[in-house]
Design a protein around this ligand. Structure first.
Ligand SMILES: Nc1ncnc2c1ncn2[C@@H]1O[C@H](COP(=O)(O)OP(=O)(O)OP(=O)(O)O)[C@@H](O)[C@H]1O
Ligand SMILES: [Mn+2]
Length: 478
């Protein structure tokens, strides 16, 4: 009896002390801004299977970067949507947008997708026959998305084909400034091959001017996975594969490509094309014959239209309008026909978020499909300069969002979900990239940068609201 009483008093007091201490520590764990190290205790091993933080309560991407502004935006969001009734497939749903801390991201994304609008398909492609993956992919291009990964196995089949089918013809593709090949496969499908120009996961030299940088094939692959995770579906499917320079360029290449094949003194089989950054000293070389690269699904020609990005970078000494005028979005962008109605302005904001997450400063034009008119999704391609410098965040990439202060509700919901957890963006991206034949695609520092940047995007949206703008004018429910 005496013993039981002793246990009750001394031990319970001791236990209470421990609980109080734990509560105290967790309460004061939130400093002004908490950028956690890009490497260190929260790292996983490269295979992504061993979680070093096992046992710790995970809190999504906010584990890597949190700020009072972002925290308060999350709270404001939750109270805004907790009791809101949303009609989902003709049924009222209370708290549809509310973020449940235990719901996995992919379950949430699937749920959100039930609100995705279905537009029209491309007239010229909708009626094409054929069952190959590329024909199904072309048929499925929609006004609001390039593909739908949940509808059928088209994208999965296409990626398998792009990475494994026999190449019957390779030609140099002259769009853009970088060396790339248009590959034709034995099922008549086509892909754009961008060869490996530098080591995987290499961090671009800090002193190199970005437009002189060689692009990275892994950035193209990672950008596709990120876009798919974010449920945008605006990056054409991209997958890693190796080509055999002797077979696929020297034998199956067109004449001009064949003429550029040579063997280096080390015995490596190399080729160089005729692009702006192409010359013998910048040749792409096999090891000794096998050359890795990314293959991006070829989009149907002549159906796209190229638009000048309103926040275009020119790299001349004269500053652009958007750099001089902080009201540029109101005074110029929002006045243009393309941005007055329809989805393009909100798509530009998504693109700014996407470019900020991948650190892609190379945005000058964008493309959309002509057939769909002004209310059409915009493509997020040309991402080879992304994932360059993991310690540097491209603040100017977010200028469109900071100036226009609008963001699609579904985009904010997804970003906050990643911020809140249970999974972080790096966790999801790491596991998605494991499926690529050239895995690992991104180094840990790039993955952690994406988490940090999620926190920063949310902070930027929070800043818009802090500036006094009403919720409905910033967060657009379309
Ligand atoms: N998947 C694709 N299918 C068909 N055409 C494409 C595809 N990707 C890109 N293109 C075309 O090729 C052009 C160049 O592509 P991309 O911008 O990726 O190359 P780049 O050499 O990196 O260009 P830049 O010099 O602007 O960085 C694009 O403007 C586009 O019209
Ligand atoms: Mn490029």
């Amino acid at each position: 009896m005496w013993l039981i009483r002793r246990v009750k008093t001394v031990h319970i007091l001791y236990l209470l002390c421990v609980i109080a201490m734990l509560l105290f520590i967790s309460f004061f764990q939130l400093p002004e801004v908490t950028p956690l190290p890009g490497h260190g205790q929260r790292q996983r091993d490269v295979s992504g299977t061993q979680n070093v933080t096992a046992g710790l309560r995970r809190q999504g991407s906010r584990d890597y970067y949190r700020s009072p502004v972002a925290e308060s935006l999350l709270q404001q969001y939750q109270s805004q949507y907790k009791d809101l009734t949303t009609t989902v497939e003709n049924t009222p749903f209370v708290g549809f947008y509310y973020l449940n801390e235990t719901e996995p991201y992919k379950v949430f994304l699937k749920r959100l997708k039930r609100l995705q609008k279905t537009g029209i398909w491309l007239k010229e492609l909708f009626n094409i026959s054929g069952t190959s993956s590329w024909e199904r992919f072309h048929r499925g291009i929609n006004q609001y998305y390039l593909y739908d990964p949940d509808n059928d196995t088209t994208v999965q089949d296409l990626m398998t084909d792009l990475s494994t089918r026999n190449i019957v013809l390779s030609e140099e593709d002259f769009g853009g400034s970088q060396l790339k090949l248009k590959l034709t496969f034995d099922d008549a499908g086509q892909g754009l091959f961008k060869p490996r120009r530098q080591g995987k996961g290499i961090e671009r030299l800090q002193d190199k001017v970005f437009y002189l940088e060689l692009e990275s094939h892994t950035a193209e692959i990672a950008a596709f996975h990120l876009d798919r995770l974010l449920g945008f579906y605006r990056v054409p499917p991209a997958v890693g594969r190796a080509i055999n320079v002797t077979m696929d360029v020297s034998i199956r290449g067109d004449e001009s490509l064949r003429n550029g094949v040579f063997t280096s003194p080390e015995g490596r089989v190399c080729f160089y094309g005729h692009c702006l950054h192409c010359d013998r000293s910048n040749a792409a070389c096999g090891m000794p014959e096998l050359l890795e690269g990314s293959v991006v699904a070829y989009l149907p020609m002549n159906l796209r239209i190229r638009e000048k990005h309103p926040y275009q970078r020119t790299f001349v000494s004269k500053k652009n309008q958007w750099e001089k005028n902080t009201d540029y979005c109101e005074t110029d962008v929002k006045k243009k026909n393309l941005y007055l109605k329809g989805r393009t302005l909100l798509d530009l904001m998504d693109m700014a978020v996407f470019d900020f997450l991948i650190g892609n400063i190379d945005r000058h034009h964008f493309e959309r499909f002509k057939d769909f008119g002004l209310d059409s999704f915009i493509l997020h391609h040309d991402t080879g300069k992304g994932f360059g410098k993991p310690e540097h965040d491209c603040a100017s990439c977010m200028t469109p969002l900071r100036q226009c202060c609008v963001l699609r509700l579904s985009t904010l919901a997804k970003l906050l979900k990643l911020y809140q957890g249970p999974q972080s963006l790096s966790e999801l991206l790491r596991s998605s990239l494991l499926a690529d034949p050239l895995s690992p695609i991104l180094g840990e520092r790039h993955l952690h940068a994406a988490d940090r940047r999620i926190g920063k995007v949310i902070r930027a949206v929070g800043d818009c609201l802090k500036g006094g703008k009403p919720w409905e004018t910033v967060v657009i429910d379309n």
